[in-house]
Design a binder for this molecule. Structure first.
Ligand SMILES: Nc1ncnc2c1ncn2[C@@H]1O[C@H](COP(=O)(O)OP(=O)(O)OP(=O)(O)O)[C@@H](O)[C@H]1O
Ligand SMILES: Cc1ncc(COP(=O)(O)O)c(N)n1
Length: 267
């Protein structure tokens, strides 16, 4: 049996809600064969990130090479890349292997507050990863850091999206989970030609651990299956919204989204 294949390059979340664990669960739910390259191991739960242990750069390189040597990759999703050294090795391998469909989720800070990204790696992220992005998926604070501008209004978000496309991303979605107020969450998509806003009622929940990872992975899974970027985002948005609507009371802090909710929808 043939199956679409997606690769996540990200950090491990021992709590199971974000990072590699969220990505592989999402791939599986969307009938895509999932592979992983682990950049860092975090000791993490729904309340805090206790520690971060980066995987040695050679280890990251060897994981990438092992996959490239043997397995065709239809789409890649990147998450926590941690630092400049790892970013360079990863960007190089993506180019060398000719992996063309790349979802870049520029993970910087965990929902629970700890930094997952070394600030001095910002220029490497901009120089090496942004131009590889079929789609870049920052939340509002990440888009502010990447564009070095304050984002308050919807127009600010559109301007930032345009700036990120000018910086080399083929398309961008600036996610609205962190917007200050409003009954609706609004994500702004821009592909260099036109804007589209994805608007949904805000789900009243604190169980939002891993929303960004799950959304980006759903987009990657859809791209792996051959869908065009807009359809991949539209269906990814439906997947993450359902997962948040049915988010799980696991742990004592920010619980995870429900990756399986999509499967049970309407049943
Ligand atoms: N309370 C909510 N209700 C409905 N949708 C939400 C809610 N919070 C986040 N989302 C949606 O979830 C997706 C991820 O957005 P968010 O801004 O939370 O990303 P993120 O900050 O990168 O996520 P993470 O929590 O993994 O860091 C977006 O499509 C956003 O609109
Ligand atoms: C390994 C890893 N990758 C990404 C996130 C971001 O997810 P969130 O912002 O929901 O904590 C995380 N917490 N851990």
């Amino acid at each position: 049996m043939n199956i679409a294949r997606a690769l996540t390059i990200a950090g491990s979340d021992s709590g199971g809600g974000a990072g590699i664990q969220a990505d592989l669960k999402t791939f599986q739910e969307l009938d895509v064969f999932g592979m992983s390259v682990i950049t860092a191991v975090t000791a993490q739960n729904t309340q805090e990130v206790k520690s971060v242990h980066p995987v040695p750069v050679e280890g990251v390189e060897e994981q990438l090479q092992a996959i490239a040597d043997d397995i065709h990759v239809d789409a890649v999703k990147t998450g926590m890349l941690y630092d400049e050294e790892r970013i360079c090795v990863i960007a190089e391998q993506i180019k060398k292997a000719g992996w063309k469909k790349v979802v870049v989720d520029p993970v910087m800070v965990a929902t629970t507050g700890m930094s997952l990204f070394q600030k001095r790696a910002l220029s490497a992220l901009i120089e090496y990863m942004v131009p590889l992005a079929t789609i870049l998926t920052p939340n509002i604070p990440e888009a502010e850091v990447l564009t070095d501008r304050k984002i308050e209004t919807l127009d600010d978000r559109k301007e930032a999206a345009r700036q990120l496309v000018d910086m080399g991303a083929k398309s961008v979605i600036i996610k609205g989970g962190h917007q200050a107020e409003g009954e609706h969450v609004i994500d702004v998509f821009y592909d260099g030609e036109s804007y589209h806003t994805f608007e949904r009622p805000r789900v009243e929940t604190t169980n939002t651990h891993g929303t960004g990872c799950t959304f980006a992975s759903a987009i990657a899974a859809n791209l792996a299956q051959g869908k065009e970027i807009f359809q991949a985002v539209e269906e990814g948005k439906a997947f993450i919204h359902t997962a948040i609507e049915h988010a799980l009371d696991v742990g004592h802090g920010h619980g995870p989204t429900n990756h399986a909710a999509w499967r049970f929808q309407g049943k």
